[in-house]
Design a protein around this ligand. Structure first.
Ligand code: GRG
Ligand code: 1GP
Ligand code: MG
Length: 235
């Protein structure tokens, strides 16, 4: 099956709860060369903050996806190419695996044609997402490989997301997930801060996700990570 992310190398994650850097504008954000923008964050996101980012990015060509951290922040906007709905495979309890989802699907007229899922494996115990979901981050490369297989083979997930939010991950563990997948696309996110780190993780994944760098250092720094990811996949 063809999915847009089959051709992506780089995703820029905009946290609606955080400011842009310096004089950066949303036009600059949309013109970094990234393949898609994901809009989401774990803490203090609201539907209103989501809408503000979607509206500001709507007029540019880059694909826009909302990544909601709970059902209450999902917005209905024609500017969105779709929704990437996380499931945390190593969450401490069922709420972040099927519980939130069970509440969300009660809404009538969900737009299933634009709804896709991401199988998260959360790896940094310090990250808000790990704390919120009480994820078991004490995972070996073998464990990560096994979770990736469960996600792809048993739960039919098209995206597996190794999430190190806030810190640069262990390439051996990321590679283990990559090697485990035949069909699914491996997203890697966490601690990418320039050309080298982007280039290194892109060699072990299909798509790298860059988040905090946008808010902390701005679009020029992000552009370097786009180059790093593209170069890794051109080689
Ligand atoms: C069913 C619906 C619609 C939603 C539930 C979706 C689930 C299971 C969410 C749990 C995982 C989660 C919170 C994902 C949000 C995306 C994410 C990981 C953003 C990065 O967050 P951090 O970088 O940890 O947080 P801050 O930057 O806000 O501190
Ligand atoms: O913010 P960073 O550390 O770049 O992580 C990106 C993304 O995976 C967060 O969900
Ligand atoms: Mg973050």
């Amino acid at each position: 099956m063809n999915n847009p992310w089959d051709d992506w190398d780089h995703v820029l994650k905009v946290d609606p709860d955080k400011e842009l850097y310096g004089d950066d504008t949303f036009e600059d954000v949309c013109r970094t060369g990234t393949d898609a923008i994901e809009i989401g964050g774990t803490l203090d996101v609201t539907a209103e903050k989501m809408s503000r980012v979607v509206d500001a990015a709507a007029e540019y060509d880059v694909p826009l996806y909302q990544e909601p951290s709970n059902p209450g922040v999902v917005i209905d906007s024609p500017a969105l190419d779709g929704y990437l709905i996380p499931t945390v495979f190593n969450a401490g309890g069922p709420f972040w695996i099927t519980g939130a989802h069970k509440e969300w699907v009660r809404i009538d007229d969900l737009d299933w044609g634009r709804t896709h899922t991401e199988a998260y494996i959360v790896m940094n115990p310090e990250a808000s997402v790990a704390q919120l979901t009480e994820a078991d981050c004490d995972l070996s490369a073998d464990d990560v490989e096994a979770y990736a297989k469960v996600a792809e083979r048993m739960f039919g997930q098209e995206i597996v997301y190794v999430e190190y939010s806030g810190t640069f991950g262990d390439t051996e563990k990321v590679a283990a997930a990559h090697d485990a997948l035949d069909e699914a696309t491996l997203f890697y996110g966490g601690g990418i801060h320039g050309y080298e780190s982007a280039n290194e993780m892109a060699a072990h994944s299909d798509v790298i996700v860059v988040g905090d760098l946008l808010h902390d250092e701005g679009v020029d720094a992000v552009r370097e990570t786009v180059k790093g990811a593209k170069d890794a996949h051109d080689d």
